[in-house]
Unconditional design. Sequence first.
Length: 303
Amino acid sequence: MIHALFFALSLSVTTQDTLKAHSHLQILSHDQLAGRKTGTLHASIAADYIAKQFQNAGLSPVFTNYKVPFRYSSGFFGEKEAHNVLAVSEQIANRPTVVISAHFDHLGTKGRHIYNGADDNASGVAALITLASLIAKQPSRKLNYLFLATDAEESGLFGAREFIKASPIPLSNILININLDMLGVSKRNKLLGLYNAPSKAFIESLRTNTWHKNSEVKFTRGNGFYNRTIKNQRRRILDAGDHREFHRKRIAILYFGVGEHSNYHSQHDTYENIDHAFFDGSLHNIAKIISQLDANYQLLSRR
Ligand SMILES: [Zn+2]
């Protein structure tokens, strides 16, 4: 136990790690997975793939299996079945825990068109799998890490809601949710790091002077809005993804993503349109931020 007081995570992403991440991204956004629409065989195959990666990383399932089915009610058509995929670094429920999440579902097909969802959100899931395997290899972490790939995000954040509802650890032990959603496309190489954490000292402690040059992290405190590209309206960033469900339970959140862009929710959100240099830079920077967080977590006090 004593060594844990002196050491913290020090994650570094190698070229081999980024190549593996690209391959996860390519597989998850392949035409054969037909846009990973919740409730389809394709989404179920995507969930199996993620579960296999967690297992290969040496992580434990949280429940009996990595892949956890749940039902949710939707519209006039009654109940739908979906699956979250969960794994943990340690089965210790009473340790402060970081929940790193990314949704794997997307829009499926419309007519002959496949909505591959490469940026939204094969990119976040590829990063989640990569971070999970890096964290699993480092026993000197101070915190417990839970990895959560959610389903049914596109239809209304149902996977994140289900996680909160049936949380395997007391919500008071969740230190922070780091949500990864859309890390693969950016016009100006800017990665948004949106947070609601109360302590300025905590956010300051996450900064480093060795950012990867291909992705510049812009930390922004809560309540910001962005202009939607598809409808002429503004939307609160805090509401625009799974992190919202954690925020609603007054859990600190840190969201990484790029917001909407011209390929957002279109058939052009493909692997070919991923900006690999930006994605790699973002992965490097998020790994650094998690290392800083592990070292400085005491600065993050619950409100
Ligand atoms: Zn998304």
